[in-house]
Design a protein around this ligand. Structure first.
Ligand SMILES: CC(=O)N[C@@H](CC(=O)O)C(=O)NC[C@H](CC1(C(=O)N[C@@H](Cc2ccc(O)cc2)C(=O)O)CCCC1)C(=O)O
Ligand SMILES: [Zn+2]
Length: 590
């Protein structure tokens, strides 16, 4: 084995340059497919992925000629470690081809699914069904969209997914992992990720229970007690979102605690002011540059797809940010709707781009988040400032800001409908997937396990009977899209730690929920010190750069929502805020 570290650096530098070309071609082919879902583009994308895999396999083989585990230089060792962990590229070509074809098919099934009503008007998820779930207050119309979407998406994926699980696990085992779940968890460099997440969830559960109780009471007022199961859950189609993962769409008419105060949902203002997707992106970029962070490059504006094409082609509308790994091309693909929710999403995606820009000169193997949760947190940290009434007024989206206790509760509740409502959902998706990958959940229990978790953790139940002919996990993008999910649960906790630290750096002295770091270069510098590390250091080192701590901690999110916790506890005094672990059994058949 080669022990000479200079020779090792020469190898690493050569591979780094070559890999930029290989990855660029593969990512470009994937971009072309995502922005035009044709057979031809699918084939080209699969072929490019095979070339990428062959390259990674060769690099790993060459790397194994070096005695890298004994190297002195920590960075060099870290590069070799990452270059040796090649995921599905370790599969024989025929199995890898099968895996990539299945992934491509699942993606297309989800993104091109349409639900047609009897007079043959057809709706995709984006924007049609999303709008219905957000805006309709008709129990039966909501049920039609909720049930119909699952029929045209998840139901069609069950067998493909079963096959996907098997091949994915083959790859994980070829790399020395027990299953795909263990491989995905390895990105956090922790041997107790599951326990840590469980602990965080337990700490945040009281707040979730109080929010759930408040929302359920308001929904019972609207839809009638008889629509709610005796087991205490909320029917999944009534929460303003296709997966009940974010309840903000119920705020204005059903949930706003103090009616006679200005609304904090600026969707109307965006429309009145004729906002375009372009304008939303410029407003978002301006927030980042106000902190002294990097502006979007020319290529970003020239090659992103920020509106759904109207030329009839099928695209993946689920928003995403892309790093082409050539240090030049960075793009967002988003079917932007002119809503507050999409203004937040725009900041989320731009947060990914900012991270890409900050670490673009690192070795390719380090161009990742410190852990996947960090990548998900960047944009949302910006949104915590942008969504404050003070900031929305400053950028002309709110007429007036009333600064009193009732308005604060209004604001905190609207934030909780996004940030607290999400927590059990963010926690349970990979509980389901990990149990599928490690064999605890067999295909004949896919849907049962899914709903057991949804009923237990989220306190959400199916409005009608579900069977193993259904495959409801497939109705959520990240399952057919094969995007891990615990990263979002981690992000929703650490983004408040980052927000707290950046607010301190920006000398924001008021309560955390009123903080807006806008224009603070001190905060911006602190953040870029972390982002520019990419995955070159363990994530605890990156976190320490911003917060001074090295662990995930629910203290910041609890501090942020403290006034609301007190208020909700008073609202729910003397009421039973629990629900049964088990799902209702007496459900109607649709
Ligand atoms: C090439 C590629 O795949 N790139 C990655 C980025 C990378 O890995 O470099 C990427 O773009 N992934 C797409 C994904 C999209 C969104 C998402 O899926 N969000 C979750 C949960 C959530 C919801 C609200 C929110 O405010 C924050 C999170 C959901 O919708 O359930 C959709 C809306 C927002 C983020 C994303 O951006 O994370
Ligand atoms: Zn993201």
């Amino acid at each position: 084995l080669i022990t000479d570290e200079n020779e090792a650096w020469a190898f690493v530098n050569r591979v780094n340059d070559e890999s930029q070309e290989v990855y660029f071609k593969s990512i470009q082919a994937s971009w072309n497919y995502n922005t035009n879902l044709t057979d031809h583009n699918s084939q080209l994308s699969v072929e490019a992925k095979l070339v990428e895999a062959a390259f990674e396999k060769e690099v790993a083989a060459n790397a194994s000629r070096f005695n890298w585990t004994a190297f002195q230089n920590e960075t060099l060792k870290r590069i070799f470690k990452k270059a040796s962990d090649i995921g599905s590229a370790s599969l024989p070509e025929d199995r890898l081809t099968k895996l990539k074809v299945i992934e491509s098919e699942l993606e297309r099934l989800y993104s091109s699914a349409q639900l047609c009503d009897d007079d043959s008007t057809c709706n995709n998820l984006d924007p049609g069904l999303t709008r219905i779930l957000a805006e309709s207050r008709d129990y039966d119309k909501l049920l039609w969209a909720w049930f119909g979407w699952r029929n045209v998406s998840g139901r069609k994926m069950r067998n493909l997914y079963k096959e996907f699980v098997n091949i994915s696990n083959e790859a994980a085992r070829a790399n020395g992992y027990a299953d795909t779940g263990e491989y995905w968890r390895s990105w956090y460099d922790m041997d107790n990720l599951r326990e840590e997440c469980q602990k965080l969830y337990e700490q945040l559960k009281p707040l979730y229970l109080n929010l759930h109780a408040y929302v359920k009471r308001k929904l019972i007022d609207k839809y009638g007690e008889d629509k709610f199961p005796s087991t205490g859950q909320i029917p999944a189609h009534l929460l303003g979102n296709m997966w009940a993962q974010s309840w903000g769409n119920l705020y204005s008419d059903l949930l706003q605690p103090f009616k006679n105060k200005p609304s904090v949902d600026v969707t109307e203002a965006l429309k009145e002011q004729n906002y375009t997707a372009q304008k939303m992106f410029e407003v978002s970029e301006e927030f980042f540059t106000s902190l002294g962070l990097i502006p979007m490059p020319e290529e970003f504006w020239n090659h992103s797809m920020i509106v759904k094409p109207d030329d009839g082609r099928d695209v993946v509308c689920h928003a995403s940010a892309w790093d082409f790994l050539n240090q030049k091309d960075f793009r967002i693909k988003q079917c932007t709707d002119i809503t507050m929710s999409d203004l937040i999403t725009t900041h989320h995606e731009m947060g990914h781009i900012q991270y890409y820009l900050q670490y673009k000169n690192l070795p390719v193997v380090f161009r990742r988040g410190a852990n996947p949760g960090f990548h998900e947190a960047v944009g949302d940290v910006m949104s915590l400032s942008v969504s404050t009434p003070k900031h929305l007024k400053e950028i002309g989206l709110l007429e007036e800001v009333v600064d009193d206790e009732e308005s604060d509760i209004n604001f905190l509740l609207s934030q909780a409908l996004k940030k607290i409502a999400f927590l059990p959902f963010g926690y349970l998706i990979d509980q389901w997937r990990w149990s599928v990958f490690n064999g605890e959940t067999s295909p004949e229990d896919y849907n049962k396990k899914w709903w057991d978790l949804r009923c237990k953790y989220q306190g959400v139940s199916p409005p009608v009977q579900r069977t193993e002919d259904d495959f409801d996990p497939g109705a959520k993008y990240h399952i057919p899209g094969n995007t891990p999910y615990i990263r979002y649960f981690v992000s929703y906790v650490i983004q408040f730690q980052f927000h707290q630290a950046l607010c301190e750096a920006a000398n924001q002295t008021g309560p955390l929920y009123k903080c807006d770091i806008y224009n603070s270069h001190v905060a911006g510098n602190k953040l870029s010190d972390m982002l520019s590390l990419g995955s070159s250091k363990p994530w605890a080192v990156a976190m320490e750069k911003v917060t001074g701590n090295t662990t995930m901690d629910a203290g910041a999110i609890i501090e942020y929502f403290q006034p609301l916790i007190t208020w909700l506890e008073k609202q729910n005094e003397g009421m039973d805020i629990q629900w049964d672990e088990a799902c209702p059994t007496d459900l109607p058949v649709y």
